[in-house]
Design a protein around this ligand. Structure first.
Ligand code: SF4
Length: 544
């Protein structure tokens, strides 16, 4: 190709692409040191040159959007809208100040706000700012809002401002799911999981430091109050003053939290360690997670109905262990659904005399393995064959008989973790002379072997016997699949590994939002999707 021809080609391309910078590869212009393009080389003139779509970024475009067609008929956002539309949302309207006949901007309908949050959680989004961004371009959110953007402040406030209404909504969803035949409360599986709090470990301080910081915060607030009205004007100044007041409030609640922790420790009779509380989120507690790590967290308790895997009870607590969370959780299920479950299945972390007794009082058939204290036995060097179960209790004499036939007499009671325990001990002389001593009490030198009996021991013993039956073993086998699935789903799919809001109440509301989302997704999966499933083609195997 001659120079003239190349220039003409370049001019042609330039004209078709507007004034944009055109890539030499597109124009066919050969740059110095570049491999020649075989398409433009002499000998290839007979091949027609390819034509490309022009790109013009310097134009304004106006489109017509059919909002109704933004999402397909089987899009989950339509299911969420339909389901929430069936619920009574009047309790969400109680706080609305924008009313007909009055001035002011109208507010967003609670149905829209609930759908936005549920849809966002179902996509693993739990940030109000992110939802506001999604409203600008994501078809599901655009369909919900009718192409309007919802302010992130409104979204954020809506999530935490309707505590009672949200609890009512959760119960109402359970009512709808019961009518749809997805809940029967015949067998409820219960489990707990630790979810990280907003605050980090670095915000935890001892009591002395918190009190020092509180003094400083109080001084700052006093100085602020002494400022003139002129200094208090302006958005930035107001925000600064609000931040100082909030800091003082947080530190005051941190000081209160020290008192609460000390009171609960003395009531439970637990060891008094150095207490540390977060200055940012005083209600968070350092808890152990399944990976062995420790982090500021809350303990979420979730009860799931076995029939369709619907969550029927949810609660959040500051308790580092699950022992004391079961009875409250069962009562919550009754509060939400109007009746108690027939059976409750939980893991060994919930087996305690108190829980067995409490379940018996409520008439609930309780299944949980009697926690083996193998680790404890190992620490004491006791052989498994000489665990407490090997000692026989005699109610008449209020004493135990050991495997060697010796008597362990009653030695007194002690209070531990809000429960009474009774101690029985063998005589030192018996144990020192016993051939089983190396397996039974290898570390005892001056006293004999002792065993503890809880205040509900007879109920624990019959519970342990029940758990040995084949039926109980089969029922317990179903626990993991039903109880752990929603916990994993909430953490992995809905992304609730760390709360986005601070404090026990707000974090509790976020847990309910996640459970509401999970339950609606269960309904979509089990009921709504069915109408969109294509019937399977029946293969005609009859070839004759
Ligand atoms: S060591 Fe003491 S309690 Fe244990 S079997 Fe022997 S006599 Fe009984």
């Amino acid at each position: 190709m001659s120079d003239k021809t190349r220039e003409a080609a370049k001019a042609r391309e330039g004209a078709s692409m507007g004034d944009e910078q055109i890539s030499p590869a597109l124009t066919g212009l050969i740059m110095e040191g570049q491999e020649p393009d075989p398409m433009t080389e002499p000998g290839h003139n007979q091949m027609p040159r390819p034509r490309f779509e022009p790109i013009n970024r310097e134009q304004m475009v106006m489109r017509v959007v059919d909002v109704e067609q933004l999402v397909d008929q089987d899009h989950p956002v339509r299911a969420i809208w339909e389901f929430v539309g069936r619920l009574d949302l009047s309790s969400f309207c109680e706080q609305i100040r924008a009313v007909e006949g009055e001035r002011g901007r109208p507010t967003h309908h609670p149905r829209l706000m609930i759908c936005l949050w549920v849809y966002a959680y179902s996509r693993g989004v739990s940030s109000a700012r992110e939802i506001a961004r999604l409203c600008e371009y994501e078809p599901g959110c655009q369909w919900l809002t009718g192409m309007k953007v919802v302010n992130h402040h409104s979204l954020s406030d809506f999530r935490v401002d309707h505590g009672k209404a949200l609890e009512k909504l959760f119960a109402e969803i359970l009512g709808v799911l019961t009518l749809e035949g997805l809940i029967d409360l015949e067998r409820v599986m219960h489990d707990g999981t630790k979810i990280k709090a907003c605050a980090s470990k670095g915000t935890f301080r001892g009591e002395k430091r918190v009190e020092e910081h509180l003094e400083i915060a109080r001084r700052h607030v006093e100085e602020m109050k002494a400022q003139s009205d002129e200094d208090m004007k302006g958005r930035v100044a107001k925000a600064g003053h609000r931040a100082k007041r909030e800091k003082q409030q947080r530190l005051e609640s941190a000081v209160e939290e020290f008192k609460k922790i000390r009171a609960s420790q003395s009531e439970a009779g637990t060891k008094k360690e150095e207490i540390r509380v977060s200055e940012i989120e005083p209600e968070a507690r350092i808890m152990k997670h399944n990976d062995g790590g420790f982090a500021p967290s809350y303990n979420a308790q979730i009860s799931t109905d076995r029939l369709s895997g619907v969550i029927v009870g949810v609660g959040l607590s500051q308790a580092p262990t699950d022992y004391d969370e079961l009875l409250g959780s069962v009562d919550r299920v009754e509060h939400n659904t109007g009746k108690l479950p027939v059976q409750v299945v939980a893991d060994g972390g919930y087996t305690s005399g108190n829980n067995i007794h409490g379940m018996g009082e409520r008439g609930v058939d309780f299944f949980a393995p009697v926690a083996d204290s193998l680790t404890q036995l190992k620490q004491m060097g006791i052989d498994e064959a000489f665990s407490r179960q090997a000692f026989v209790y005699d109610e008449g004499t209020n004493s135990y008989t050991c495997p060697a036939g010796k008597t362990l007499s009653y030695k007194g009671k002690e209070r531990r973790k809000k429960r009474w325990r009774y101690r029985y001990r063998a005589s030192a002389a018996d144990c020192q002379a016993c051939p089983f001593k190396p397996q039974c009490c290898p570390k005892s030198t001056r006293v004999g072997r002792s065993v503890m009996r809880s205040e509900h021991e007879s109920e624990v013993e019959s519970h342990a016997a029940k758990m040995q039956t084949e039926e109980a073993k089969q029922i317990y086998k179903q626990r993991g699949q039903t109880a752990e699935f929603p916990l994993a789903w909430i953490k992995e799919k809905l992304g609730l590994r760390r709360f986005r809001v601070r404090g026990l109440i707000k974090a509790g509301l976020e847990t309910i939002w996640a459970c509401v989302t999970y339950n609606i997704q269960q309904w979509i999966r089990l009921r709504w999707r069915v109408q969109w499933r294509r019937p399977r083609l029946e293969l005609n195997t009859d070839l004759n």
